[in-house]
Design a protein around this ligand. Structure first.
Ligand SMILES: NC(=O)c1ccc[n+]([C@@H]2O[C@H](COP(=O)([O-])OP(=O)(O)OC[C@H]3O[C@@H](n4cnc5c(N)ncnc54)[C@H](OP(=O)(O)O)[C@@H]3O)[C@@H](O)[C@H]2O)c1
Length: 295
């Protein structure tokens, strides 16, 4: 398999956003397989807890408290990783991310900046110092966690959606610079995952808006005599982490969808935005009702 990385006790994997959710699940799964880890996040205690669990599974772990939306802190994370592991870095998983919840006209500029800083700018801050090392090794894999919102859209989080589309674009562009270098880059686009993400959004908690919008969408579909909106099943962070690990072990050379049904939805939206909106109509109207009552 081209540019596959065989995970071994020498392999060094750096993960941003490792204090909860997908990042924490990745740390645990990778520790079970036996690799050397570098983990970062802002919440010190939560990060220490994840690091302690990974150590208890036999992994060597560097933990760095860092806000990856701040260039110096993100760069420092990669530099400390290289210092700790004798200049080696095999896999970088840019996973840290945060959402928001606001209509386009209600989104303050600070929210725009923070959505792009954490979800997009971290990619440059982390990848710039990592890439020369991977190029010299002629081996490496940069994995960026985007979202299904990097391909299609749901309402009331346009800044996050635009930022996650930018993550897809970043990896597409990076890949064109990496041909025949031995270094791989992949974007992973999960749909709903059972983590803290949906309750930790800036502005309103988007999970509540979705849950209420879905409940209302059933009534709307029944009243209008139209099909329910196609919704994907939530996945556990552990299952998503396992898919990400399989991407490292067998790079697909394609954007990765973790959830059943995602590819079909994306294809529908690419072929016709109107068709996508028609299919989603009960949910879009249900979320609008809910948002208007909450704003
Ligand atoms: N859950 C979903 O439904 C879903 C769906 C599609 C895509 N995603 C994406 O998956 C990734 C992981 O999210 P999750 O679902 O695992 O949510 P989560 O449990 O909220 O985890 C997010 C992680 O990112 C870290 N983080 C946030 N801002 C950071 C910053 N400025 N600097 C460093 N670390 C930061 C958080 O740690 P601290 O707060 O301690 O810094 C935490 O470890 C994100 O990129 C998210 O957008 C999630």
């Amino acid at each position: 398999m081209q540019n596959a990385i065989k995970l071994s006790p020498e392999t060094v994997v750096a993960i941003s956003g490792a204090s909860s959710g997908i990042g924490a699940a990745l740390a645990e799964r990778l520790a079970m397989g036996g690799v050397r880890l570098a983990l970062c996040a802002r919440r010190r205690e939560r990060l220490s807890h994840v690091a302690a669990r990974a150590r208890s599974l036999g992994a060597e772990v560097l933990e760095v408290v860092a806000d990856v939306s701040v260039e110096e802190e993100a760069t420092d994370f990669i530099e400390r990783t290289l210092d700790t592991y004798n200049g080696r870095l095999d896999v970088l998983i840019a996973n840290a991310g945060r959402g928001h919840c606001a209509a386009v006209e209600d989104t303050p500029s600070e929210q725009l900046y923070s959505m792009f800083a954490v979800n997009v700018f971290q990619l440059w801050y982390l990848v710039r110092p990592a890439l020369p090392v991977m190029r010299a090794q002629q081996r490496g894999h940069i994995v960026a966690i985007s979202s299904i919102a990097g391909k299609i859209a749901y309402p009331y989080n346009a800044a996050y959606t635009a930022a996650k589309h930018a993550v897809v674009g970043f990896i597409a562009a990076l890949r064109t610079e990496l041909v025949e270098t031995g270094v791989e880059a992949t974007v992973v686009c999960p749909a709903g995952v059972e983590t803290e993400w949906a309750s930790a959004t800036e502005g309103m908690p988007i999970g509540d808006l979705f849950a209420d919008g879905i409940a209302r969408s059933r009534t709307i579909a029944r009243e209008r005599g139209i099909p329910r909106a196609p919704l994907q099943r939530m996945m556990s962070a552990a299952d998503v982490a396992q898919k990400i690990i399989s991407v490292i072990e067998s790079p697909p050379g394609a954007d990765v969808f973790t959830h059943d049904g995602s590819e079909e939805l994306v294809a529908m939206a690419l072929a016709s935005r109107r068709s996508y909106e028609q299919a989603m109509l009960p949910l879009l109207l249900g979320m609008r009702q809910s948002y208007e009552e909450r704003r």
